[in-house]
Structure formats: C-alpha cells, structure tokens
Write a protein that binds this ligand. Structure first.
Ligand code: ADP
Length: 486
C-alpha cells in the first residue's frame, strides 16, 4: 500500500461482486498511477464480459429482497453509509488526491459533496409517493405506484471519482434498485473504498457491485446488451454516451446521460467585475478545469473586456500549481498525458489564429501533467476552443457587443449543460436567464452543484436530472393500476 490510511481496510484493489472481493477470471490487472508523480499506486483487476455478467446476475438475485424492504429500512442503511463516508473523509480524500490529482481540500470537499447525495436520497427514498386519480368510471378507481426500475448500470468518469457514483447509486438504491458500477479506469480506488464502506453499512451481498477494467468497451457491451439491466446511467464524454445510448436501444433500456458541456460564462457591462472574477475562478479553475460545468468560453462585453481581463489575470496569477497533497496547492495535475496534449492542441490552435496568452499557455515542465493556469485574449469563434470542451485550466476571453450577440454566441453549440452570467439589471437577468438553452444557469454565481438542485443538460449534453427531489424519478417506473368492478 503506497499511502498511509487511518483505516487500512479502505485500501481495496479487487473488484466487488456479490459481496466478495474478486479478481478477473483471466488474472489480468491494470495499473493505477498518481497523475502528479507518475508513481504506480496499485494493480486492479482487468475485468470483462464474464465478470460483468456475474455482477449483473448477482444484482438480479439481490433485487427481490432489496426492493421488498421498507423504504425506511433502506434509508437506515444509506444513512449509515453516509455516516461512514464522512467518518472516513480524510482517507477517501487522500485516495482521491493520489489517483485523481485534485488538491486535498478539494478532494475532502468532494467527499462531503458525494456523501450528501447519500444523505439526501436516504431521506427522499421515504417519499416516493403514488397517486389516486379521479376515475373515468363510477365503478373504477385509478391508482399509480412508483416501483424501482430493477438492475441499474452506472458508468462513471474520473473527474469526480466519488460524487458521480453516489449521485447515481444513492437514488437507485433508495428506490429499491440494485447496481453494477463501472468506475473510470483512472480512479477505481475511491470506488472500491466506497464499496467497502457500503459493505460495512449493511448493504446485502449483490446490491452494490463494482467491476473494474482498463477499457470500458467490453464491460459496456455487456451492461448495455444484457436484458437484465433495465437502465444505464452514464456520466462521461458525449462520444461514448451516444455510443452507449445506441447500444441500449436493442433492449430498450432507459438511459440517463450526463455528457460534455461547453459552458458560456458571460460578463455584462453592468456586472460587479470583482464578483465576476471570483465566479470565473471558481467555475473555470476548479479541479484544474476538469469538470463538465467548468466555464469553457468566457464572453465579455466590449466596454469591460480589458478591465475584466486585467482583474482576472491578477487572480489567476495567485493560483498555486503543484502536487495536490501539498499545503496551499490549488491546481493539481491533469489526469493523464492524453488530457494535457488535448489542452496543448487547443491552445496552439487559438494562438496560431491570433489569440494571445496573457498568462500561462504551456506545461509547467516538459513531460509533466501540470498545465500552467492560462488566460487567452482576443479569442474568436473560428478557433477550435469556441466549440470544443477544454477540460483544462485555460480561460479563453471572447468579446461581444450587446445582449443579443451574447445570447447568440452562448447558444451556438450543440451542448447545453451549464451556463453562467453576471449582470445586475433585473430585466436583463430574466431575459438572459430564460434565453439560455442550458439545463443549469448560474446567475452571479460560479458554483452551482448541490445535492438539493437538479443537475443535468439539454441538447447533446444529456438526458435526465441527478440530485434534488427529481433525482429519484430516473430510477422508478410509474405503474397504473385500474381497479374495476366496484
Ligand atoms: P473521458 O473522456 O472523460 O475519460 P469517457 O467517456 O471516455 O470520458 O469515460 C467515461 C467512462 O466511460 C469511463 O468509466 C470509461 O471507462 C467508460 N467508457 C469509455 N468507453 C466506453 C465504452 N465503449 N463502453 C462503456 N464504457 C466506456
């Protein structure tokens, strides 16, 4: 074990199927690396279709007893899981920082955020009500009940190794579903520690299964092709999301997809610029720019463009890049070589077409995964950075003249996850808030994630909502019963 945990049993390096720590049948493993140092952390089973089938069958076997429990019973186990996660916050944060790179304070924040979904849905699970509907006939009654969908597959990304799992699994489990989780290949250790805590909380064998693999495709084929799985909940790239949606069509599975974004962050001339800068820092540079709601295009009105660029530069210059385990570091590494190469390509494209890097613009050191926090000015819509998700600490500043142009630019994308704008005029706030084709709009606010609010996108950013009172809806079916012959 290359790191010292208060609770060494949270160091788990095997898959978790039917309540047992499990190797790949082939005996194959893959390496988990620390993106800050390249250090080899662990070898984890490289599973495929057969282990996934076993996990699905285990989840199916566990389903009848789990869904038959009272909601309160399930809620008590979820609550225990929440308490155990919070008690293990420091260990989970360290695991996360080591395999994912985000600074420890941010990782601890994610543990609290991730756990909050468990707490929230433990409570919501007790309030999954049906209806009695006024009937169409005097001798009949119409009743609806909401029932768990069944076995759920959850495929999750590396940027939030804990929260993307709990945001899907907590509502599923609270509703009475059982789950098979496929965590991202870069960050399986947090997922496995979560499974250990779930075991201790009292989830029966087979209710929560974790299958690990170096590539998603084989497991994905089984999860989407197997008729036992009734729903897929996926967070990740748009490309893979579309593929999985196609694969789910053969068995007509329900899908929830949380895909890429291209968030505009609009600064109007009546904005409080200092607040806009603080919001831009929070939205753009969290997790080194690797969140799907990170500001991707900063659109600034002509008359405040230069002042905003200057204030933002002062603030960005104060960010501290380094290993996330060190005190005071605010910017960790990017997840891997592929990620940093993509950011370099986008910056090079913008600069070759006339953008200027007023800050950063390159790696901290050659061959490292650290990218210097960057501000690009003079960025225009013909540059790739206008239409592609950066997923790195680069703030491109676009210029606009009036409200109509800002809205047009903001909506000029197939994506529609999060958008942000800063303004004070109340008429403008309503107009722009309603005109933005996005699932989430932050108004004078750069951080919008909370378990209490519905998170999700429109257009090619996804289907469904996670968190909030709506989050359970994605995991239940409405059954209509007509009681006649009264
Ligand atoms: P990113 O580009 O952020 O890594 P991906 O969409 O590639 O996003 O990955 C998100 C999750 O999807 C990960 O768990 C990954 O292993 C999984 N994944 C990638 N390709 C496939 C696939 N063909 N089938 C199923 N899962 C996949």
């Amino acid at each position: 074990m290359p790191l010292t945990l208060n609770d060494p049993a949270l160091w788990q390096t095997k898959g978790h199927i039917n309540g047992a720590w499990t190797d790949a049948t082939s005996g194959k493993t893959f390496a988990v690396l620390d993106p800050a140092t390249g250090e080899h952390l662990a070898d984890v089973p490289d599973m495929g279709a057969s282990e996934t089938r076993y996990a699905i069958e285990s989840a199916n076997t566990a389903l009848p007893a789990w869904r038959a429990r009272t909601a309160k019973d399930r809620a008590n186990i979820l609550r225990k899981w929440f308490d155990l996660c919070m008690a293990a916050q420091a260990d989970l944060a360290l695991l996360m920082t080591r395999e994912q790179g985000k600074p420890l304070a941010e990782a601890a924040g994610e543990v609290a955020y991730g756990a909050s979904f468990i707490e929230w849905f433990a409570e919501e699970g007790k309030r999954i009500y049906g209806d009695v509907i006024p009937s169409h006939g005097a001798d009949k009654r119409i009743i609806t009940v909401k029932q768990p969908i069944g076995v759920i597959a959850a495929i999750t990304p590396w940027n939030f190794p804990m929260a993307m799992i709990t945001r899907k699994c907590a509502p599923a489990l609270a509703a009475g579903c059982t789950v098979v989780i496929k965590p991202a290949e870069d960050t399986p250790l947090t997922a496995l520690a979560l499974a250990e805590l779930a075991r201790r909380a009292g989830f029966p064998d087979g209710v929560i299964n974790v299958v690990t693999a170096s590539h998603g495709a084989e497991i994905g084929n089984e999860l989407t092709g197997n008729p036992i799985v009734r729903k897929l909940s996926f967070t990740g790239s748009t490309q893979v999301g579309k593929l999985l949606m196609r694969q789910c069509s053969d068995t007509v599975k329900k899908v929830s997809l949380e895909l890429g974004g291209n968030a505009p962050f609009i600064v109007f001339d009546d904005a409080d610029l200092d607040e806009a800068v603080a919001g831009a820092i929070a939205s753009k540079y969290r997790n080194a720019g690797q969140t799907c709601v990170c500001a991707n295009r900063i659109l600034v009105q002509d008359s405040v463009y230069d002042a905003f660029a200057e204030k933002l530069s002062h603030a960005v210059a104060k960010l501290r890049v380094g290993n996330g385990t060190e005190d005071g570091v605010t910017q960790g590494p990017l997840i891997n070589t592929k990620a940093i190469e993509k950011v370099e390509t986008l910056v090079a494209d913008a600069v070759s077409k006339g953008a200027k890097a007023v800050l950063g613009g390159k790696r901290e050191k050659p061959d490292s995964n650290f990218f210097t926090p960057t501000i690009l000015t003079g960025v225009t819509a013909d540059m790739r950075i206008f239409s592609e998700e950066i997923f790195g600490p680069v703030a491109p500043l676009f210029r606009f003249h009036d409200e109509d142009e800002a809205i047009r630019m903001a909506n000029d994308t197939p994506f529609g996850l999060a958008a942000y704008f800063y303004a004070r005029d109340i008429g403008r706030i309503w107009r722009v808030g309603e005109a933005l084709e996005y699932g989430i709009v932050g108004i004078n606010e750069g951080i919008i994630s909370t378990e209490a609010a519905p998170f999700g996108g429109v257009k090619e950013s996804g289907i469904g909502r996670e968190g909030s009172k709506y989050g359970v809806d994605d995991f239940v079916e409405i059954k209509y019963m007509c009681l006649g012959g009264l």
